[in-house]
Design a binder for this molecule. Structure first.
Ligand SMILES: [Zn+2]
Length: 123
């Protein structure tokens, strides 16, 4: 005598997790808002321009990752410029560098230290 097997609930695959977290969403829209100031095919890269930072002259294409770096790094947390929203915004503006959309242009040359922070680019 045939019997109908009960449904095996364990086989039901869970609802796929949406990988776009709210944080990433904010990240992208924030970056996009800044990039909208530029011509098409151009974008900003945010540089860490504090020589005291262990990640000095690293660059981020995503503004919120740059914020996160400021937040995670003691040097920046001690920096009064990061203590206010306005200060952080000013800092981001000061440290961002325009580049091409694919980020294929060479990075901005790193200034030679010991010259009062004045960049000695080879233009
Ligand atoms: Zn830094």
């Amino acid at each position: 005598m045939l019997t109908t097997e009960p449904l095996d609930i364990a086989d039901i695959v869970g609802v796929p997790v949406d990988l776009a977290t709210p944080f990433d969403y904010l990240t992208n829209s924030d970056t996009d808002a800044d990039n909208a100031e530029l011509r098409s095919a151009r974008r900003w890269a945010w540089y860490c321009k504090d020589p005291a930072c262990p990640k000095y002259w690293s660059s981020w294409s995503c503004k919120s990752n740059f914020w996160l770096h400021l937040y995670e790094t003691d040097v920046h947390r001690a920096d009064v410029r990061t203590h206010t929203r306005v200060g952080r915004r000013e800092l981001a503006k000061e440290w961002r560098v325009e580049t091409d959309w694919g980020m294929e242009e060479p990075k901005q040359p790193k200034p030679t230290l010991g010259q009062n922070g004045i960049a000695s680019g080879n233009e």
